[in-house]
Ligand binder design. Structure first.
Ligand SMILES: Cc1cc2nc3c(=O)[nH]c(=O)nc-3n(C[C@H](O)[C@H](O)[C@H](O)COP(=O)(O)OP(=O)(O)OC[C@H]3O[C@@H](n4cnc5c(N)ncnc54)[C@H](O)[C@@H]3O)c2cc1C
Length: 220
């Protein structure tokens, strides 16, 4: 489904790289949990890095109920961005250097999830998106933990994706310049899992730890 961009979500600069269809937007949101939440606090911008996850038509992020971001972004206009970097693009001139990327910007009013059952479901969905099967292995969350956790959410009704791909776009007169040009691909790689020294004996590494790939999360 393609939603028409609004005045603020319509890309002007290199607009041919923009996409507004949910498949493009969802694929980027689902691939990269790292997000930045921007909002205005006391008249000045604040951008807070955090983790996001998507449930259907909305994205969610969470934090301590006492955190400034969770309190001040609630019911406020926010802009959430999510970015994947795919390659550095080396061109024949400084101007044409760029980055291949996939990014999303979501605008709207952040709302707080207040219903305890809905909060619990959202937290389960966050965990399950990253580590399938883990939630049910954990000791159950307490009512106090649930209360101490604030969850904000934003509809995906005003969102844009921008996707930059391909080789450098040097003008023809630069192509003979004797300098290397091309792509330096960027891949996130996971390190070897490091067990907690206090791990109880006999606990095997779970599949969700073996298979985990930050930055390439595919929703179940
Ligand atoms: C890793 C990375 C590196 C970048 N490096 C540079 C750089 O060095 N210099 C530079 O000028 N630009 C860079 N960009 C592109 C940058 O994100 C903006 O698209 C660009 O600067 C134009 O911004 P603008 O607000 O003037 O665009 P406008 O076209 O005026 O923005 C209007 C609307 O288009 C949409 N939009 C714009 N950019 C994006 C985006 N990236 N993702 C999703 N939606 C978007 C938003 O809804 C925005 O409100 C980079 C992007 C990424 C992801």
């Amino acid at each position: 489904m393609t939603q028409a961009p609004t005045e603020r979500s319509r890309a002007r600069r290199l607009h041919e790289k923009a996409a507004y269809d949910r498949a493009s937007i969802d694929a980027i949101l689902d691939a990269m949990p790292l997000a930045h939440v921007g909002y205005v606090f006391d008249g000045a911008p604040v951008v807070t890095p955090t983790l996001q996850w998507r449930m259907g038509e909305r994205i969610y992020w969470h934090g301590s109920s006492a955190s400034r971001t969770q309190r001040k972004a609630a019911s406020a206009q926010v802009c959430v961005t999510v970015t994947l970097t795919d390659a550095m693009v080396l061109a024949r001139s400084g101007l044409e250097h760029s980055v291949n990327y996939r990014s999303v910007m979501v605008f709207g009013e952040a709302t707080t999830v207040t219903d305890p059952a809905e909060k619990a479901e959202a937290l389960r969905a966050m965990m399950e998106a990253m580590f399938p099967g883990r939630w049910d292995q954990l000791r159950p969350m307490t009512a106090q933990e649930l209360k101490a956790t604030a969850i904000l959410s934003l509809p995906l009704t005003e969102a844009s994706a921008k996707i930059s791909t391909g080789m450098p776009t040097d003008p023809p007169e630069d192509l003979a310049t004797p300098v290397w040009a091309g792509l330096l691909p960027i891949h996130l790689t996971m390190g070897r899992p490091e067990p907690d020294p206090q791990l109880a004996p006999g606990i095997e590494l779970p599949a969700h730890a073996l298979n985990y790939r930050f930055g390439q999360i595919v929703k179940p």
